[in-house]
Design a protein around this ligand. Sequence first.
Ligand code: GLA
Length: 394
Amino acid sequence: MPAQAVATAFQRHFGYTAPLLVRAPGRVNLIGEHTDYNLGFVLPAAIDKEIYFAVGLNSGSEIRLVSHDLNDCCTVAIEQLHRTDTQWANYLLGVAAQLQKRGIVLAGFDCVFGGNIPVGAGMSSSAAVECGLAFALDKLLGTNIDKMTLAHVAQKAEHEYAGVMCGLMDQFASLFGRPSEVVRLDCRSLEYEYFPFDTQASRIVLCNSGVKHSLADSEYNKRRQECERGVHILQQHYPQVKSLRDATLEQIEAHRGEFDDITYRRCRYVVEENQRVLKACDDLARHDLAAFGQEMYASHAGLRDDYEVSCEELDALVEAAQQVPGVFGARMMGGGFGGCTINLVAPDQVDNFIRQVGAAYQQRFGRELETYQTSIVNGVSEAIVSEQVAPNGQ
Ligand code: GLA
């Protein structure tokens, strides 16, 4: 049991007991990719792949961090908070630095964390790490920060300490998730609405391409710049357009000649994807999974052809999924360039789906396909250690 494991490791490392235990989930995104930083719509959910934390104040002036999974540690003085060469630690230090920037007086703390969110698979392990610590520090320091602000703290940590200019989706989903519901966030107004997700009708299955993406790898930030370029062009004619969320296809078409081909296609994708999210939410509310799935396929096509963030493996996984009976929809998920596809599959077809897509993947790429059947869970919360620890201590 992970909460128990980090609690035990905490005691071993730091010699005192009763840390605060927190769990922070990763996320899936049903539709609405690369729309968050364009202030559009996303439809994520928190899932049962989680990071567990044991955190305690240490009455000193140091931050002492232990990665249980990497068997590595990192110590930094509060007075000299800085980015380090230890990548995993930067997500945590970045959160502490953001709190400090907001005028919160930090205290020395110890933290052990570990979990089961595959890294680089598009399930937002980094957001879970950030959000879990932000939540824990808020509790321990008694700062009573609201969840939306915590999401922004975590997002800023990613910007400044990991160098990825991400939107708000991942941090929002990790903090605001609710069991059995997906949540549509309007990234401009920050209004959100929950929609029930009926697992009797469909399961969420993730297929991991095994291709490790590195969002920091400039391409993600480059997409952001390309979108800003598009906004800049549109603003000359439509001053009310502050982000691609405000733009329409008609506006883009009317000035197509002023766009270079890449900027044109990036902008078109974002505007269409926002429309797809709204349409897909209507489909979901009407329990029309077939229609919802069509939006997912269209989303993938846009990400592949216009936004150009897919890869051969992801495309092959979506194509293979499309051949299997009982699949409503499939698309690449998250930042792209690797990671997972998300598939909505009829419950009685899940085993067959895994078999068929796995076989197709094996045949084409000579690699075994890792899949995850996920369920939708609550956002970041305190973790409960069950009384009964299994004999092997897990
Ligand atoms: C990453 C980012 C998110 C979002 C997605 C693409 O997961 O962290 O903010 O932009 O990519 O939708």
